[in-house]
Design a protein around this ligand. Structure first.
Ligand SMILES: C[C@@](CO)(OP(=O)(O)O)[C@H](O)COP(=O)(O)OP(=O)(O)OC[C@H]1O[C@@H](n2ccc(N)nc2=O)[C@H](O)[C@@H]1O
Ligand SMILES: Nc1ncnc2c1ncn2[C@@H]1O[C@H](COP(=O)(O)OP(=O)(O)O)[C@@H](O)[C@H]1O
Length: 304
């Protein structure tokens, strides 16, 4: 028997980063939006746990027990007294190490797929607990749509969205390490004299204007309120992102931002027609490796 699950990428329309906590994580107000770029995770009964991956960035995906999809199968199996004898195939379309939660998508997808394959029938709460153990972004990959993530991003509240938002993503050459970008954010804060701990940095809060823009589905209002506290750190580590951001703005994007920890850049546009125009201009600019056009919100991990 075989089960396939489709899982979307995300963009953070607000990423407010608090001070670094004693456990090394940062408290967040993380407003996630699931967008229509997908990985597909297929699990098949097998003699032992094995993984394959296909797609343009497949060479950068680990195929051992560190793969989040393998860790998900192991975690569900351990809770239900079951050896994870499965082959996991990842059809990867989400850019790797791009700030779009591709690894998290694979973790959430493999979890849901194994649950279906094994007939485990794990309650949603248990699946969300396992997701949070796997990584801060993994619960959102399961849930999809739009949500506010508190804590380190794993405590989710679904958010109402009143329309479809159109996006262009510029994929950069190479990735950025998420821990390195958080560390650079701390370094920049210390260097500017504010300090980087929870005692120094105000508690992160969601922007009321941003939540209202999502609720009404108004792209101009959303463009006026998006923010990403990791952007300066990503640009500091990858200065060439400035040229990509400018190219999208000059082409008419309503907002230009780094997606999460980057280095993918995200451009909010008015409609599907302007998306094509901005995408063409970004391609022609020579400031990125690839350009993707999509929209959101879309559903979270779904069994096909
Ligand atoms: C920045 C964000 C924004 O959504 O995603 P990406 O843009 O990388 O996809 C997330 O916070 C990434 O979440 P995720 O990639 O799941 O991170 P985890 O595996 O939980 O943690 C990896 C490392 O990132 C740092 N980290 C992560 C989350 C958080 N709230 N504070 C942190 O400081 C820590 O150094 C941690 O060891
Ligand atoms: N399915 C996966 N399981 C584990 N690690 C992965 C997986 N896919 C990618 N990775 C690795 O995890 C790191 C982060 O990748 P990814 O989740 O794609 O990016 P990001 O955290 O920026 O959204 C990269 O080093 C990548 O090689």
């Amino acid at each position: 028997m075989t089960v396939t699950v489709r899982v979307p990428a995300k963009v953070n329309v607000q990423l407010a980063v608090g001070g670094v906590r004693p456990d090394g994580f940062h408290d967040l107000a993380n407003v996630f939006l699931a967008v229509g770029l997908y990985d597909e995770i297929t699990v098949t009964e097998a003699d032992e746990l094995t993984i394959t991956c296909a797609g343009p960035d497949a060479a950068q995906v680990p195929l051992d027990a560190t793969n989040l999809a393998a860790r998900a199968a192991l975690a569900l199996g351990a809770r239900h007294g079951r050896e994870p004898r499965v082959h996991i195939h990842i059809a990867k379309d989400i850019p790797v190490a791009g700030g779009m939660a591709g690894g998290s998508a694979d973790g959430a997808g493999a979890l849901l797929a194994c649950d279906a394959l094994w007939g485990t029938g794990a309650p949603r709460e248990e699946l969300l607990d396992i997701c949070a153990e796997l990584g801060s972004d993994v619960p959102f990959s399961l849930v999809g749509g739009a949500a506010l993530g508190r804590g380190r991003g794993e405590i989710l509240t679904p958010l109402p969205v009143g329309g479809t938002f159109h996006w262009v993503f510029a994929v950069a050459d190479g990735g950025l390490s998420t821990p390195a970008v958080y560390a650079e954010c701390d370094r920049l804060r210390v260097a500017s004299g504010t300090g980087a701990t929870s005692a120094d940095v105000p508690d992160p809060e969601p922007s009321p204007a941003l939540l209202e823009a999502l609720r009404t589905g108004d792209p101009l209002a959303l463009a006026a309120s998006v923010s990403n506290d990791l952007q300066a750190a990503a640009v500091s580590l990858r200065p060439s992102l400035t040229a990509t951001l400018s190219a999208g703005t000059e082409a008419g994007a309503l907002a230009a931002m780094v997606s999460g920890s980057g280095p993918t850049t995200a451009f909010l546009v008015q409609d599907a027609e302007s998306a094509e125009k901005v995408a063409a201009a970004l391609s022609a600019s020579g400031t990125c490796r690839a350009v993707r056009v999509t929209s959101g919100p879309v559903a979270g991990a779904t069994v096909l």
